[in-house]
Design a protein around this ligand. Structure first.
Ligand code: NAD
Length: 352
């Protein structure tokens, strides 16, 4: 099969990890006889430097016209000025909105050989296999009004947390569909004791739960969920939640796996054009040194093969290769090892 992929390596370690993920895809293409046509574009800080915009209309159009998008990471101290006209994160939000990817999937599974890399006790990590589904195009990050102004001589700022029922419905439905292929349990996370938008979220989730009685549904307040993720993570299966709660809980969940560098993500919407990226940022502290862990990005390509291209065997081949590589003891610096980004990818490619 033929696929066109837009690569958005971005800033910091983004280009370092994306180039290794491309090598893994090239191995898949030769082994399984597919053809991947890669088109590379700028996004984030590098795009601000070159075009004065973190995401140009042309780049967004190219992403929309391709079969899928692989992103590294964006941002860094160079573009951190809060008063700047444009910021790398704006490009990221515009890309998600422009692709209509409303669901961010972040699987968190702990390889038994990496248990020691996690700050949690080994017995807490046994059996942990969580899929966090974060709403991505609504809520506090997009709601209007969102502004700063002077009011009665005082500086004032407002953000708005808003949701329509259809936005909640489509993502909770996705959570139920994905739970059906797993342990059949959905934890819907909200703050319904305080927030009106959460009461709508809970009402919609309960309705979908009553229509899908084969799946166990539990509602959980976000504060309880953040505690449960550490105290008893193995009790969770699929977690579905709104944008900001998901942003925070997914980073918390990533700690279970020992390193941010291990975890992939997929952002999906109505169309098959998905956005795939590791969960970590541009890691300016290690950028340019060739020591970043490329595994999260490589596992993101497995999610791309599965969700956008329906190539389950090829996706599993990458995931198994990562498992075997870790079992064989290969480690980058974040996991206490000495392998470079390139060497880690070489090991994974050998196992594909
Ligand atoms: P970060 O994820 O970039 O880094 C956090 C820590 O994890 C750092 O110590 C870093 O060295 C380490 N780390 C991250 N990825 C790693 C990898 N693959 N291998 C080894 N170690 C890794 O988070 P941060 O430092 O808070 O943010 C840095 C920049 O990235 C900021 O500008 C932020 O806005 C941006 N950011 C971008 C995204 C994105 O592009 N989706 C996400 C989060 C943060």
């Amino acid at each position: 099969m033929n696929f066109t992929l837009t690569l958005l390596p971005g800033d910091g370690i983004g280009p370092e990890v994306v180039s290794e993920a491309v090598r893994v895809l090239e191995k898949i293409s030769s082994k399984y006889n597919h053809s991947f046509n890669f088109q590379e574009r700028l996004m984030g800080g590098c795009s601000i430097d070159k075009y004065g915009s973190s995401l140009t209309d042309e780049t967004l159009a190219d992403c929309q016209a391709s079969d899928s998008v692989l992103l590294g990471a964006v941002g860094g101290p160079k573009w951190d000025d809060p008063n700047a006209k444009d910021r790398p994160e704006r490009g990221l939000l515009a890309l998600r909105k422009g692709l209509g990817v409303f669901a961010n999937l972040r699987p968190v599974k702990i390889h038994p050989a990496l248990v020691a890399a996690s700050p949690l006790k080994a017995e807490k990590l046994e059996g942990v296999d969580i899929l966090v589904i974060r709403e991505l195009t609504g809520g506090l990050y997009f709601g209007q009004p969102k502004k700063r102004e002077m009011r009665d001589g005082k500086e004032y700022a407002v953000d708005t947390l808003e949701y329509y029922d259809y936005e909640v419905k489509r993502i909770v439905q996705l959570a139920f569909e994905l739970a059906r292929g797993r342990k059949k349990k959905v934890t819907s996370v909200d703050k319904a004791n305080v927030l009106e938008s959460s009461r709508l979220w809970r009402q919609v989730a309960a309705q979908i739960g009553s229509e899908n009685s084969d799946i166990q549904l539990e509602h959980m307040l976000v504060d309880t969920a953040s505690m449960k993720l550490i105290a008893n993570p193995a009790s969770m299966d699929v977690i579905v939640t709104e944008n900001m709660f998901g942003d925070i809980l997914t980073d918390e969940a990533s700690v279970l796996a020992g390193s941010m560098g291990m975890l992939p993500s997929a952002s999906l919407g109505e169309s098959t054009v998905g956005l795939y990226e590791p969960i970590h940022g541009s890691a300016p502290d290690i950028a340019g040194r060739g020591i970043a862990n490329p595994t999260g990005t490589i596992l993101s390509t497995a999610m791309m093969l599965r969700h956008s291209f329906k190539l389950e065997n090829e996706a599993a081949a990458i995931e198994n290769a990562v498992d075997e590589t870790i079992s064989a003891g290969a480690r980058t610096a974040d996991l206490g090892g000495k392998l470079t980004t390139r060497q880690m990818a070489d090991e994974i490619i050998k196992h594909v």
